[in-house]
Design a protein around this ligand. Structure first.
Ligand SMILES: C[S@@+](CC[C@H](N)C(=O)[O-])C[C@H]1O[C@@H](n2cnc3c(N)ncnc32)[C@H](O)[C@@H]1O
Length: 280
């Protein structure tokens, strides 16, 4: 019978012929998920203990799916964003660490009672929930075109006890004119023909969350004029984008008469978030 130690020794080996990788830390995470224990418990457990054959089969299957490129968050059903534990299903994009830059920039301004913040294209609710956690007095609302994504976002808000208003719709169409203090969006921005969409990881995520049309900019062409209508004078628009898209985004913001336009780098040093102020 296989022991925990034996399983770990085997599972950590590279799997030739598979496109992805399952490093040992992820083998541990999958083990904790299957055995319903903490990492400390897994590592402190008697490694010579035999694994139940059903647990072994389920653990092995998840490790293989990870080697095959499936995101870890889909395999365990959760991830962390802005230190918030979030339920994740294949109906939503797995929130990325670089999106925390968007949240950091949004929070560079104090959001108080009477301020209205929108997360357009909320997916799992990651951005909206982080904003509400840090700015509990502000009104935070979020939309998505995908009803399945909204169900995940609503479940996350309920579990975290954070009050965010969600609605189904396209970008800022439903927003009252000149009502918003801040609009944040991480829209799909990858060019439709980019082969990375069919590559490791991304091919498992919803196409509608990633595919930004022929030039990758389709969503911005709706979001930027939508924000001009929806923002109060002095309100801010912040968008995440691809690391080569900064110059195009700054041009689109300036053409729409946004002021104080600036692009900020992500933790890897890539231009990732562009923002501007609508002076009215
Ligand atoms: C890149 S994902 C971002 C998800 C989440 N905000 C995050 O950062 O993890 C883009 C999201 O936009 C949504 N979306 C795509 N087209 C949309 C549209 N026309 N109106 C509203 N949401 C849309 C997708 O369903 C997806 O959830």
């Amino acid at each position: 019978m296989t022991t925990v130690r034996g399983f770990l020794a085997q599972a950590a080996r590279p799997a030739p012929g598979f496109p992805g990788r399952c490093p040992i830390q992820e083998v541990w995470t999958l083990g904790c998920h299957i055995l319903q224990c903490s990492l400390a418990q897994l590592l402190a457990s008697d490694a010579a203990e035999p694994l139940h054959p059903e647990d072994e089969a389920r653990w092995r299957e998840l490790v293989l799916r990870r080697h095959n490129g499936e995101p870890l968050a889909y395999l365990v059903g959760h991830t962390e964003f802005w230190s918030l534990p979030l339920k994740i299903t294949p109906d939503v994009l797995v929130p990325r660490p670089e999106t925390e830059i968007l949240v950091e920039r949004a929070l560079s301004q104090t959001l108080a009672r009477g301020d209205r913040c929108i997360d357009a294209g909320t997916g799992s609710g990651a951005i909206a929930l982080a904003l509400k956690k840090e700015s509990p007095d502000a009104f935070v609302a979020a939309c998505d075109r995908s009803p399945k994504a909204l169900a995940v976002a609503r479940a996350n808000a309920r579990t975290l006890g954070l009050e965010v208003a969600f609605w189904a719709g396209s970008w800022l169409d439903a927003i009252e004119a000149h009502s918003c203090t801040l609009i944040a969006a991480n829209p799909p921005y990858i060019e439709s023909a980019d082969p990375c969409l069919d590559g490791d990881g991304l091919r498992y995520e919803p196409r509608d969350a990633l595919d930004g049309g022929t030039d990758g900019l389709t969503a911005f062409a709706a979001l930027i004029p939508g924000a001009v209508r929806a923002l109060r004078p002095g309100g801010r628009l912040l968008v995440e984008h691809g690391y080569t898209q900064g110059p195009q985004l700054r041009m689109l913001f300036k053409q729409a008469d946004f002021g104080d336009v600036a692009t900020h780098n992500d933790y890897a040093g890539h231009p990732r978030v562009t923002e501007g102020i609508w002076h009215g």
